[in-house]
Design a binder for this molecule. Structure first.
Ligand SMILES: CC(C)(COP(=O)(O)OP(=O)(O)OC[C@H]1O[C@@H](n2cnc3c(N)ncnc32)[C@H](O)[C@@H]1OP(=O)(O)O)[C@@H](O)C(=O)NCCC(=O)NCCS
Length: 193
């Protein structure tokens, strides 16, 4: 995994060294309205992160996360994730969350755009999907801005707040990831700045 730079964001790989920062973000009150998040204590959370792979490349599988950091202020705004299942290594699932004070400014769209670059160009995935509670309009809007198309509804496909909920899947094929509205700087380009 590498640091990704966009116009306004630095996306920092989450490892055991900085997992406490992600854990801190996870404690925010309103992140669980539409998604299930781990309720682990800090030590257990850091241990679980330490078991994840560090290398993202062709044929890899596992869970990868990045902190979303504002380049200007250095504040942590949220995180993005990519999960590649072992049984289907050509496909990945993205996730994204911003703390409430950082929403409405396009940071999620910008961060996920960079993640899609990484997923297709570095991990060489053929397809990326996202699962979403249809009532989560802000999340659906992020996916639509990035060119995902709505696929199927999975009845009781997830659990939120201990209750089963229907979720929709949204899909983006590698071949459709063109003419991107948000330009991502590669880490090499970013270092030149
Ligand atoms: C889902 C979530 C990340 C979306 O955040 P968001 O701020 O709405 O998404 P973006 O960062 O892409 O910002 C889009 C908004 O910024 C505005 N915006 C401002 N400047 C922008 C820019 N430069 N580029 C794009 N959008 C911009 C857009 O108009 C849009 O506003 P609108 O919602 O009023 O139309 C956020 O609601 C969240 O963290 N929710 C809780 C966790 C969650 O549900 N995660 C998803 C689980 S599936």
């Amino acid at each position: 995994m590498r640091v990704m730079l966009t116009e306004r964001l630095r996306l920092e790989p989450v490892s055991a060294l900085n997992a406490d920062q992600l854990w801190q973000i996870l404690q925010a009150a309103d992140l669980r309205s539409y998604q299930d998040l781990p309720g682990l204590r800090l030590t257990a959370f850091v241990e679980s992160v330490a078991r994840r792979p560090l290398h993202l490349g062709s044929g890899q599988h596992g869970r990868y996360e990045w902190l979303v950091v504002l380049r200007e202020s250095g504040e942590n705004a949220g995180w993005i994730s990519l999960r590649i299942p072992e049984r289907e290594p050509g496909a990945g699932e993205v996730g994204y969350t911003l703390l409430s004070e950082f929403r409405g400014r396009g940071y999620a769209t910008e961060a996920v755009s960079a993640l899609l670059d990484e997923a297709f160009a570095v991990a060489h995935l053929q397809r990326v999907c996202a699962y979403c509670v249809p009532q989560n309009l802000a999340s659906v809007a992020v996916l639509e801005r990035l060119g995902f198309t709505r696929d199927i509804t999975l009845p009781r496909g997830a659990t939120v707040g201990g209750q089963p909920v229907d979720v929709t899947s949204h899909v983006l094929e590698a071949r459709d990831w063109r003419d991107r509205p948000y330009r991502t700087l590669t880490s090499a380009e970013g270092k030149k700045k």
